[in-house]
Structures are given as structure tokens and as C-alpha cells.
Design a protein around this ligand. Structure first.
Ligand code: PEP
Ligand code: MN
Length: 348
């Protein structure tokens, strides 16, 4: 496994001292990029909305001092221009912005007219811009895909997708439901756009962040964007979900240990197996939830639950894939039959 890209830092920049001290800690913990929001999109007015433009100089200073690059959120063309002017070249588009195609297009246009992120001052070395596109608030893969296309069309070649979860209206243990099928569908459309997980905004709870990170690694995500604060309980935004620098350090070193799992003996392999089973069953549950929806649809349209022809096709497709990958026909057939049986139960 290639080393995952780690972006870490506070939800928001609060003071110059906090930015510099946190950036140092993030670098020590092993982060590749330092994140800090300076314009915070808040659901309701009257709360902390970020310290704004003044923090760009703090981020630039943090880059200079620690040697790791800083990233911040942009939500308007003006944000893009200001960030680039200060030499901040890793920019993310937040979930609420991705939801709005007009704004995404304006951001794309601003990126294109900044000569694809090159500084106007030609004496400066040319540095590419990297854009991270978070998923939109609703589980709409086309909206996410469309936003990525707008950025690619602006001539930006380094674009990442960031999965931070969705509002689905369904009960979930997380702040934002993962709906894993949506990033998987995106990956099918854009196999070359690396996919990161933002476990912090997904979980909304620091205690659930490590397990989401492990899942992301098993599922083949290319990296993580994690919120961390010097003193999480004093953070001005998202205090429940931020890790301390110490917790971040442990998390990152456990991730790299996982990569070396093969050398870690039986215990390491067993841990990998347990985590893979966790994911396997998570996907099974996901499949059953789809079955439930199909069941509701069939009921509404008076269709029978059991559709032999469809199942025969599903099974055949799986058997063909299994043969190519060295899995035993009979075993795969038994697994599929069991899944199908449980699916019918959920449809009912
Ligand atoms: C953030 O990254 O701080 C943020 C506001 O995230 P999102 O757009 O995912 O809510
Ligand atoms: Mn946040």
C-alpha cells in the first residue's frame, strides 16, 4: 500500500499562535498537509465564522516554518484570489459549496483566470494548485462528479475527492452518514481522482475517528483529512470531533503499522482480518438497506419480491468475476444464495 496522504489541522484558525503551534504539532505527528479553515460556513448566523483574511498570513508563516503546505477552504472566487495571493495553494471546496453548481463554477473560473494557479509575479517559482472537492451535503454522486468536472475543466490537474458523509434524514451513529456506495460510484467514474476520507466531519465525534480511518484504509482510500486541535474542548468550532495532537500521532503511527501488518506476525494479520470482516459486514448491511428500498418500490408497484431472472443474472455476473479471481464456484454460489435469502427478508 502506498503511504496514505494525511491532511490534519484544526477545524478553524483561531489565533496566530494557535496556527503556528498546531502546524508544528501536525508536522511532528506525521501529517503531509496542514489544514485550517479561515472562512467557516456555519449553519446559523451569530456563531464563530472564522477569523478571515488575516489568517492567510499565519498559514503562509506556518508553511515557511514547518515546511509542510497549508490548506484552507474556499467558498467564493474572492477567497481563491486571496489564498493564492498569500501562496496558499491547497484549497478545499466544502460540502455546502459543492452543493451549489453556480458557486463551484465561479471558483473554477477564478482558478482558471489565475493562470491555473500561477502567480502573477513571474519571478516566483511556479507552483501548481491542488483542489480538494468535498462531497455535497446530499448523497448525490452526480453533483459531486459535476463539481470535480468543473475544476478539471478549469485546467487544474491535481484534484482530490473528499468523502465527509451525507445528510440522509435516516438515523445514524455519525454526524453525517457514510453512504459508502456514493464514493464507490464516484471512483468508478473517476478512477484517477484520488479519494480521501474526512472521518472528523463524518463521525462528528473524536472517539469514532480511528475506526473510520481504519475502514478507509481497508477500502483503499488514498488518504485522510483529519481535524485536530491543541485543546479540542476549547475549540471555537467542531470541538467534539477534533483529536488532540497526541491522539493524532497515535492514529497515524497505527495506520503505518497496519501497512507493515505482514511483518507483524499472526496478531497483525488477525487484526487485519477482523477489520476486513468489519468492512465486509458493513457493506452487507449497506446492501440490505438497498434491498429494503427495493422492497418498498416493489410493494408500491405491486411487483413480486422474488424475480428469478434478475437473480440468475446477478449470480452469473458474480460467478464470472469469482472464476477470474480464483474463488471457488460452489462457495460463491452458497454465499450469493445466503445473501439473496437475507435480501428477500429485508424486501419483505
Ligand atoms: C471543514 O472542513 O471544516 C468543513 C466545514 O467541512 P464540510 O464542508 O465537510 O462540512
Ligand atoms: Mn470542521
Amino acid at each position: 500500500m502506498v503511504k496514505p496522504l494525511i491532511i490534519a489541522g484544526p477545524c478553524a484558525a483561531e489565533t496566530r499562535e494557535q496556527v503556528l503551534a498546531t502546524a508544528r504539532q501536525m508536522a511532528l505527528a506525521g501529517a503531509d498537509i496542514f489544514r485550517a479553515g479561515i472562512w467557516k460556513p456555519r449553519t446559523e448566523p451569530g456563531v464563530f465564522e472564522g477569523v478571515g483574511e488575516q489568517a492567510l498570513a499565519w498559514l503562509a508563516e506556518a508553511q515557511q516554518e514547518t515546511g509542510i503546505l497549508a490548506a484552507t477552504e474556499v467558498a467564493t472566487p474572492e477567497h481563491v484570489r486571496l489564498a493564492l495571493k498569500h501562496g496558499i495553494r491547497h484549497l478545499w471546496i466544502g460540502a455546502r459549496t459543492t452543493t451549489n453548481p453556480f458557486l463551484v463554477q465561479q471558483i473554477a473560473d477564478a482558478l482558471a483566470t489565475s493562470a491555473n494557479g500561477q502567480t502573477a509575479d513571474k519571478s516566483e517559482p511556479e507552483m501548481p494548485v491542488t483542489i480538494y472537492v468535498k462531497n455535497p451535503v446530499s448523497p448525490d454522486v452526480r453533483l459531486w462528479k459535476g463539481a470535480i468536472e468543473r475544476i478539471l475543466n478549469a485546467g487544474i490537474t491535481t484534484v482530490f475527492a473528499v468523502h465527509r458523509g451525507f445528510q440522509t434524514g435516516q438515523p445514524t451513529q455519525y454526524r453525517n452518514a457514510p453512504v459508502w456506495s456514493v464514493p464507490f460510484a464516484l471512483k468508478t467514474e473517476f478512477p484517477n481522482v484520488p479519494l480521501l476520507l474526512d472521518p472528523s466531519h463524518m463521525a462528528g465525534n473524536a472517539a469514532l475517528v480511528p475506526e473510520l480511518c481504519r475502514k478507509a484504509m481497508i477500502l483503499g482510500y488514498d488518504g485522510l483529512m483529519i481535524e485536530a486541535h491543541l485543546h479540542p474542548c476549547e475549540a471555537k468550532s467542531d470541538k467534539d470531533q477534533q483529536l488532540s495532537p497526541e491522539e493524532l500521532k497515535t492514529l497515524i503511527s497505527n495506520l503505518s503499522r497496519r501497512e507493515e501488518g505482514l511483518d507483524a506476525g499472526l496478531e497483525g494479520l488477525r487484526q487485519q482480518m477482523d477489520e476486513t470482516d468489519d468492512t465486509l459486514f458493513l457493506l452487507l448491511l449497506q446492501r440490505m438497506q438497498i434491498s429494503k428500498k427495493i422492497g418498498a418500490f416493489k410493494r408500491k408497484h405491486n411487483m413480486p419480491v422474488l424475480q428469478e431472472k434478475r437473480y440468475a443474472e446477478v449470480l452469473e455476473k458474480r460467478l464470472q468475476w469469482a472464476r477470474k479471481n480464483g474463488l471457488d464456484d460452489e462457495v460463491v454460489r452458497r454465499i450469493m444464495d445466503a445473501i439473496h435469502e437475507e435480501s428477500c427478508r429485508w424486501q419483505l
